[in-house]
Design a binder for this molecule. Structure first.
Ligand code: ASP
Ligand code: MG
Length: 420
């Protein structure tokens, strides 16, 4: 059995969905197919959440209808008349449940509401693709990840209950009956039956969890790039394909911010030694990248990873009474409490500096630090990591820019700079 994962970009249009069927036609394995929300649906539904929590229910519902219309149009160009009604009715159902939630819910916690609303994107995309495949003679079973992937109740970043999910998954999958199962990435459910999500771009992680729990032969992530590249082609020129990457290197690259795979994806695969292929859905025959245990990254090739929207926060005890261990403990507990991820740390005689993503939680955290510490911070920075750097590459990317902080090891340099 293999696991395939299709991201939002691969199913953003009727064309995309048709292309997915071409990939499926050329293979005969038992499959679990994990699918994200179509195109930019998750972003669109995040706007619904924000409007709703700003108490703009009318605005929330009109944004929701926009998202529904986008799906309706894809359905109209995919299905012929005899099959259209069933899926349109299903789409009504999915969106009506969300509208009902907006009208009736009384629990106004951001993270909880987010998961209940945003998950509609994955329910809609998988319902459409599953129906479409059935209608053109690729039989498959739609599986509800909210009932299979059991999590705790950390909304928006739920932790997987592996044992329970394993049992549920094995109950759900029976390849003697069905060869293809279609399920949602990114979402799960807690013991109370509420929907949870695993963090933005979490579908890769879903695919890895499902593969690990069902001892799959491999996972393939189908993307709009030829595989794992040495830099993001939207930002850098002359990118090159990395044909093989070890689990360890892949975990490092995704920690540094390479957006090719979700950072949590590697561990479950590494534990079970399951290879991960990253391939192009545009050119499915081409080789792509394999991530597995014993691959060695082409040593000399520099790899560039740019993280934008960074904040550098420096924390200084007011009386200079700096005890590193103590202050580190306090600082990290505070960051953990606000669920802020640290991308880089530096300490000096009198201060600790951390570089973090600029999320909605950063400003309140800075303000809380200000109660007890002197705090300085800079926003709108970018963090460039270069693996296998050379002096030339460093010069090229720092030229004319103010560098706020740099950290260098034998293989890696990290440069926190102003964005320009
Ligand atoms: N749809 C979700 C997102 O855009 C999950 C995913 O695509 O992996 O973040
Ligand atoms: Mg996505």
């Amino acid at each position: 059995m293999r696991v395939y994962k299709f991201g939002g970009a691969s199913v953003k249009s009727a064309e995309g969905v048709k292309n997915l069927t071409r990939i499926l036609k050329n293979q005969s394995d038992d499959l679990v197919i994990v699918i994200s929300a179509m195109g930019k649906t998750t972003n669109a539904l995040e706007k619904v959440v924000n409007a709703y929590l700003d108490l703009q229910n009318d605005e929330a519902i009109s944004l929701l209808i926009e998202s529904k219309t986008y799906h309706t149009e894809i359905i109209r160009s995919l299905f012929d008349n005899s099959n259209k009604e069933t899926i349109l009715t299903r789409l009504d159902e999915i969106y009506n449940i969300t509208i009902e939630f907006i009208n009736n819910n009384r629990r106004l916690e951001y993270d909880f509401c987010y998961d209940q609303i945003v998950s509609a994107g994955e329910i809609a995309s998988t319902s459409i693709v599953s129906n479409y495949l059935n209608s053109i003679g690729i039989p498959n079973t739609w599986t509800d990840a909210r009932e299979v992937i059991r999590t705790d109740s950390t909304f928006r970043e739920a932790n997987i209950r592996f044992d329970e999910s394993g049992v549920r998954l094995n109950d759900a999958l029976d390849f003697s009956k069905n060869k293809i199962y279609i399920t949602q990435g990114f979402i799960g459910g807690n013991a109370a039956g509420e929907t949870t999500t695993l963090g933005r771009e979490g579908s890769d992680y879903s695919a890895a969890i499902i593969a690990a729990l069902s001892n799959a032969e491999s996972v393939t992530i189908w993307k709009d790039v030829p595989g794992v590249l040495n830099a993001d082609p939207r930002i850098f020129n002359d990118t090159k394909l990395l044909s093989a990457v070890s689990y360890k290197e892949a975990a490092e690259l995704s920690f540094y911010g390479a957006q090719i795979i979700h950072p949590k994806t590697i561990k479950p695969l590494h534990n079970k030694n399951i290879p991960l292929y990253v391939k192009s859905f545009v050119e499915p025959q081409s080789q792509g990248t394999v991530i597995e245990g014993n691959s060695v990254l082409e040593k000399q090739m520099p790899v560039f990873i740019l993280k934008k929207n960074q904040v550098l926060i420096s924390i200084l005890p007011k009386d200079f009474s700096f005890a590193l261990e103590e202050t580190l403990g306090v600082v990290f507990n505070m960051l953990l409490k606000h669920r802020i991820k640290v991308n880089l740390i530096q300490s000096s005689a009198v201060s600790i500096s951390v570089c973090v993503d600029d999320t909605r939680y950063v400003q309140p955290t800075i303000e809380e630090f200000m109660n007890d510490y002197d705090v300085r911070y800079n926003k709108e920075l970018e963090l460039l990591t270069i693996r296998n750097y050379t002096n030339d590459t460093i010069d090229k990317y720092t030229e004319g820019k103010q560098v706020y902080l740099s950290q260098k090891t034998r293989r890696t340099i990290r440069l926190l700079m102003e964005s320009k």
